[in-house]
Design a protein around this ligand. Sequence first.
Ligand code: IPM
Ligand code: MN
Length: 351
Amino acid sequence: MYKIGVMPGDGTGPEVVAEGLKVLAAAADKYGFKYELTNYDFGGERFLKTGETLPDSAIEEFKKQDAIFLGAIGHPDVKPGILEKGILLKARFALDQYINLRPVKLYPGVETPLRDKGPEDIDYVVIRENTEGLYAGAGGFLKRGTPDEVAIQESINTRKGVERCIRYAFEYCRDRNKDMKLTLCGKTNVLTFEFDLWERAFNEVAIEYPDITTDYAHVDAICMWMVKNPEWFDVIVTDNMFGDIITDLGAMTQGGMGIAAGGNINPEGVSMFEPIGGSAPKYTGQNVINPLAAIGAMGLLLATLGEKEAAAAIEAAVAFVTGNKLKSMAAGKMGFSTSEVGDLVVELIAK
Ligand code: IPM
Ligand code: MN
């Protein structure tokens, strides 16, 4: 019996979460597992009413779940940063979700801006460290608001934090069993402290994985290769900030926010899965938003819980739907409504 916490959040979050849950129900039926849902109404609306983002009591409740399924966070009436920091980043840090897992996979029939590239070329996974680096919040101001002001934002990289992320990446690469190649993405030529540590940890851990080919690319160069030669990549591991940036680039090459899913993973604890697009306020309540990213996030959730067959079935169903049904990935242009897309996936899984 899996306990799944559901946080639909803002905007179109609840609509796409509903489709993810439909798919969960179908997968549970077919593959014979049981689950129990607990709903959490944290998000912009609640913040505007109560001033509360994600209280410590919610974190304690999250810790009792097996996984969290998140819709979207972001509200037009809330100043940018408050909900991101107060909900998303707080959950990542408090639950020590030290891996951000972002598959970059071009599904059949999905348009990519990369000319002459197809699904066989764009199929890799970015593993982003998710609790350290520039996101640690270390730094401060000096003489703020004066002509002499100084702003310092420090990148914190601990040997433990870096090594556990790298180790996860090697394990993931082995388990994925595709090209057996892991690329470290850094900036060793300029960030000579941070990526010296990363590179040493990477090379040391690599000795334990002789079956995996290792590779290195600077972050700026990887942005070129992800556009020009995405087929070079199997698994990429990188720090928090670089990972944030390159995964948005990757998401665009796989067809955009309607399809890109991600996981915030604590391999020893509670993980949280989300479609990586935002709350899309202008499409809210119209039944036009693409739910496939949320459905893909549900697939990642089930894979992480160990329901590999169900996860594979979801991935295959999504691939069938993009390849044979949807006209476009864009909201309002799919040729189907949000709930109809969910139904298409459910039908395939139930078969
Ligand atoms: C992401 C998002 C977040 C991040 C924001 C919303 C804080 O961009 O999940 O990639 O920067 O990590
Ligand atoms: Mn981001």
